[in-house]
Design a protein around this ligand. Structure first.
Ligand code: HEM
Length: 459
């Protein structure tokens, strides 16, 4: 068969963009607007040229299901994720095919119910420590309520939780170094994801040297913990012990240190910033929608009173779950996913040529007027059982879907429920007037200048 050239493919419609770079400059500067406008103007499939790359944005739930589930074998993570490789290696997020399947099977038991029950205790304990610290914060002059950046606070809390549940290590000796190195690593990775060229990564530029140093810092900490654990042989009941003990059912194989390192780093990165952002956006929305905040508080008062929540309580806090789901609709921390087509595929009557980057954007799909009534409105009632039953499963995909669905979704939702419940027992968080809240769509969707709020003790 004659090989097709770009011009002989039937490509979806889309904007032309600039002469050489196409839509790449706009992708770097205003990605949310670029994709939203594309979806509103061109519909289910939008074609963009971005420098040398062919990119297709997919907005129809049935087509999204096709890419993530029905024909997922034809799609790899590919170029869109390659900037993450130095940090995450062959961990679960980036690995492919049989190797990924084996690792996923090994990791899955770590997220089973019994393990989550244990993790809930750590989550409650870490949250209590944060709240005790908040209670001790001095009031600014004039007796006003103390102000915190909840984005930062949530980041610190979820990092603490992921490191305790994952490694049972009080990284407090290393906490500052680890936290700072992780943050900088993420920063540089973000930059690399959006860079037009990647050849400069090997040059001895200050940012590359810093990156290498931060990676080495984290590697040292993680590898040291792995070795100490191997030596002690203790089952700490955490994710690391799970990973060390699990044997592949078919081959009997266990993970070596390098693979453990990659999985631990992946969980660190995938497991804390996303949940922290979810919580930060939830605090913002609750302050903006006091009637919803009152319902949250009423649920907590009724189910828990002033006692600490347990794993079992999470099933009794359905309204909090709906609030979190609605926040994930409006502010999905993983706001964009990408796949690379391996072979030619068809979607909606158009060609998807090999090597095309297929972009799936929860931010856009979650706000499409053809799928959602009053899409900009914050309304947790959209997530009652009945309302969900009437919706296409892929109209809403904050955790992705298909075989590569987030492995930590249960962990994250439980964590966010517990934290939310415990905070509202003790504080009301109000947005600080005039603090600018700006969306920063990097690898995750963050508030660029944080979210400053006042802490108002209850009772
Ligand atoms: C609100 C919080 C979270 C959100 C929104 C989220 C979202 C996602 C999404 C969208 C993916 C798919 C990425 C892709 O295929 O391109 C993913 C994958 C993944 N997530 Fe999460 N995540 C969250 C929390 C967590 C937590 C707490 C953990 C671990 C403790 C975690 C670990 C992972 C891992 C390991 C993968 C790769 C799974 C695989 O490919 O087999 N995530 N997450």
């Amino acid at each position: 068969m004659k090989k097709k050239t770009t011009s002989s493919y039937k490509l979806p419609p889309g904007p032309k963009g600039q002469l050489l770079l196409g839509s790449l400059p706009k992708r770097r500067k205003e990605p949310l607007q670029l994709y939203m406008q594309g979806a509103l103007e061109y519909g289910d499939l939008v074609y963009y040229r971005m420098g040398p790359m062919k990119v297709v944005l997919v907005n129809n739930p049935a087509d999204i299901k096709h890419v993530l589930q029905d024909n997922q074998k034809n799609y790899v993570k590919g170029f869109g994720y390659s900037a993450l490789e130095p940090a995450l290696g062959r961990g679960l997020l980036l690995s492919e095919h049989d190797f990924w399947r084996r690792q996923r099977r090994l990791a899955q038991p770590a997220f089973h119910r019994q393990r989550l029950m244990k993790f809930a205790e750590t989550m409650v304990d870490s949250t209590r420590r944060m709240l005790d610290r908040w209670a001790e914060l001095p009031s600014p002059r004039g007796g006003q309520a103390p102000v915190v950046d909840v984005a930062q606070e949530m980041m610190r809390l979820t990092l603490g939780i992921v490191s305790r549940t994952l490694l049972s290590t009080d990284v407090s000796g290393d906490a500052d170094t680890v936290g700072a190195a992780l943050a900088r690593l993420f920063e540089e990775t973000n930059r690399r994801v959006l860079a037009a060229v990647r050849w400069d990564e090997a040059l001895p530029l200050p940012r590359n040297l810093r990156f290498k140093k931060d990676l080495a810092t984290l590697d040292n900490v993680v590898l040291r913990i792995i070795r100490e654990r191997r030596k002690s042989g203790v089952d700490a009941g955490d994710l690391l012990s799970m990973f060390m003990q699990t044997r592949d059912e078919d081959t009997g194989e266990t993970m070596d240190d390098k693979q453990l390192r990659d999985e631990v780093m992946t969980m660190f990165l995938a497991g804390h910033e996303t949940t922290a952002n979810l919580l930060a956006w939830t605090w913002m929305l609750l302050s903006q929608h006091p009637s919803v905040a009152r319902k949250v508080k009423a649920e907590v008062d009724e189910v828990l009173g002033s006692r600490a929540p347990t794993f079992e309580d999470t099933a009794r806090l359905p309204y909090i779950m709906m609030v979190l789901e609605e926040t994930l609709r409006l502010y999905p921390p993983a706001w964009v996913l990408a796949r690379e087509a391996v072979a030619l595929d068809q979607l909606g009557g158009y060609d998807i040529p090999p090597k095309t980057i297929v972009v799936l954007c929860p931010w856009v799909v979650h706000r499409l007027p053809r799928l959602w009534t009053n899409p900009e409105g914050f309304d947790p009632e959209r997530f009652t059982e009945e309302a969900c039953a009437g919706r296409h499963k892929y109209a809403y995909f904050p955790f992705s879907g298909g075989p590569r669905v987030c492995i930590g979704s249960g962990f994250a939702l439980m964590e966010a429920q517990l934290i939310l419940a415990m905070v509202v027992q003790r504080f009301r968080l109000d947005l600080l007037p005039s603090h600018p809240i700006v969306l920063d769509p990097l690898i995750t969707l963050r508030p660029r200048h944080g979210i400053k709020m006042t802490l108002n003790p209850i009772g």
